[in-house]
Design a protein around this ligand. Structure first.
Ligand code: PLP
Length: 386
């Protein structure tokens, strides 16, 4: 049996006619940059997140960059974030010559551990970028409380978390700004690159709108220096079609996650000690299943298990036709490009441990129960053989 990590063709088969029609309309209109289609999608997106403003941009990476530019982040500023995330969360900080400050994570949720944030704050700290990793929100109450106390901006990296919520509040709506990615493999994927920035602050939205288009106030009049980072009309039209399905797709992902967890428990592969970091190898739980926090509505961009013999398991599953992925094999504080920051191996232990143990299993909405049973069966077979 073949179980790919992701099967975008299965999704496309369902929405093909609608997408083709939307694309056809844009082709007839021949209006490709910004315009009505982008404005319409921005409106729908704002409504979906439950926030007043949305600005379409070329990618989430650019969205994060534009957010920091709009907030006036300057070279001597420090920004606190997680090392266990996709590169761009920190890359954009360094791009502005500001300093990324990495802190350790909670190994259960994979998100920043709020108890550690305050230790990282210095007089130069200007912002915190929490990442809602794998589709589950970071502890936003604690983060916003600390941010208010120290007068810091909160920029949510919600790239993986469209539709997720925290105590009833949608991802992206809790910080000063929130950024989403429409990279094709994300829960809401474009057919190319795309992103959006959401905020409830009209002046900030206007500033980002200006900055995404070179800083042009009107044609050929520049009040500030921006970049070229616009969402295009084709992507906006496709995303407008796909946004209608996002809750349905997220429901299917959640259902698949529940199903995995049930199957792992039935196979006696997972204990209830969800997310614990136990250094005692005799206490042998082969599979640590992802923790779902009660205050979070998890949308399972990834279903990441933790296992000890991760790389061998990954190879074994590949031979059995099962696609898996490692998010993320090297935490950002240990990346070569950030060596100038001076972090050492062992400094952010939980992030390093998760980088060594995490394995993402197929979780896409169209995955079938039979495929899931096969995945768990093969994982069980691997641990029996050892
Ligand atoms: C995908 C992703 C990004 C970058 O999104 P792009 O749209 O590809 O630029 C940023 N942060 C996280 C956590 C991501 O998963």
């Amino acid at each position: 049996m073949k179980v790919p990590l992701l099967d975008l063709r299965a999704q496309y088969a369902v929405i093909k006619q609608e997408v083709k029609q939307a694309v056809e309309e844009v082709l007839e209109e021949q209006q490709f940059i910004l315009g009505e289609r982008v404005a319409e999608f921005e409106g729908r997106m704002a409504e979906y997140v439950g926030i007043s403003r949305a600005v379409g941009v070329a990618s989430c990476t650019d969205g994060l960059l534009l957010s920091l530019m709009a907030l006036g982040i300057s070279p001597d500023n420090e920004i606190i974030t997680t090392p266990f995330t996709f590169f761009s969360t920190a890359g954009i900080i360094a791009r502005l010559n500001a300093k990324p400050v990495f802190m350790d994570i909670d190994p259960g949720s994979f998100n920043i551990d709020p108890d550690l944030v305050e230790r990282k704050i210095t007089p130069r700290t200007r912002a915190i970028i929490p990442v809602h990793l794998f589709g589950q929100c970071a502890p936003m109450d604690e983060i916003t409380q600390i941010a208010e106390k120290h007068n810091l901006q909160v920029v949510e990296d919600a790239a993986q978390a469209i539709g997720a919520s925290y105590k009833g509040r949608k991802a992206g709506s809790m910080g000063m700004v929130g950024c989403f990615s429409f990279y094709p493999s994300k829960n809401l994927g474009a057919m190319g690159d795309g992103g959006v920035v959401v905020t409830s602050k009209p002046e900030l939205a206007e500033r980002i709108r200006l900055l995404r288009n070179h800083g042009a106030e009107s044609k050929y009049r520049y009040s500030t220096v921006g970049i070229n980072s616009r969402l295009d009309a084709l992507q906006a039209a496709i995303l407008t079609v796909k946004l209608k399905y996002i809750d349905q797709w997220n429901r299917a992902r959640r259902q698949n996650a529940e199903n995995y967890t049930r199957l792992f428990r039935q196979a006696n592969l997972a204990a209830d000690e969800q997310g614990k970091m136990d250094d005692d190898p005799s206490n042998h739980i082969p599979v640590i299943i992802p923790a779902v926090l009660p205050e979070c509505h998890h949308v399972f961009h990834q279903y990441a298990i933790r296992v000890r013999d991760r790389d061998r398991l990954k190879d074994y599953l590949a031979r059995e036709g099962i696609g898996t992925a490692i998010y993320y094999p090297i935490p950002l504080h240990l990346q070569k490009c950030f060596s100038y920051l001076g972090y050492k191996q062992g400094e952010l232990k939980n992030a390093e441990r998760c980088a060594a143990e995490c394995l993402s299993l197929p979780i896409y909405p169209e995955l079938t129960p039979t495929q899931q049973e096969y995945v768990v069966e093969k994982i069980a077979a691997f641990f029996r053989k050892r």
